[in-house]
Write a protein that binds this ligand. Sequence first.
Ligand code: SF4
Length: 214
Amino acid sequence: MAKQQLHTNNIVRILREEWPHARCELLARDPWDLLVAVILSARTSDERVNQVMAHLTEHLVGPGAYASMDPHELEPMIKTVPLYQQKARYIVESARMIMQRFEGEVPTDPQLLRILPGVGNKTAAVVLGNAFAIPAVAVDVHVQRIVQRIGWVEDGDADDIEQFIMKNIDPRYWVQMCHQMIRLGREHCRPKRPWCSRCPLNKFCQQHDVLDAR
Ligand code: SF4
């Protein structure tokens, strides 16, 4: 087996052993709720989003309820998240499109999902992977940072990282591996002062003796 593939397999294996139960931490009843939660999650924590979602789900059910709102009506309900005005517009416009073009169902085709306002590659991948169990690669800031530090893709952008993972890793691991990398990013591989000496990947990481400041 080629050296690069062995390195990749070892990292996937360690992540699976270390965080066997890693999963999406956004609370959602159905695909629509998850889509709303992921749109809300840009630049804020899952905890904050879950608080907002708890409030929203008390009052609103399904895209039909959101489609009939003016975005200004939604704003006060989500105003504790950053960019709430833009997010309110995205959510209401996505709901209207889903009602008008997709018979009230969140599409399972990635290309159709990505035409919804506010839905990019990462949001589409989170929804596909977690609401529909369709293999997809969600490259968030944690995944991007870790993939670069471990040397899978040193200078690439999110698209390059997605391509690397799709080419080199078994699709059945994609969804959970992204959640495992989020756990790694929160617990060890933080943006500043990563805790490399305690990181389960340190044997395979090209940055472990460069970045560890502890
Ligand atoms: S060894 Fe350090 S830089 Fe490498 S993945 Fe672990 S925490 Fe991140």
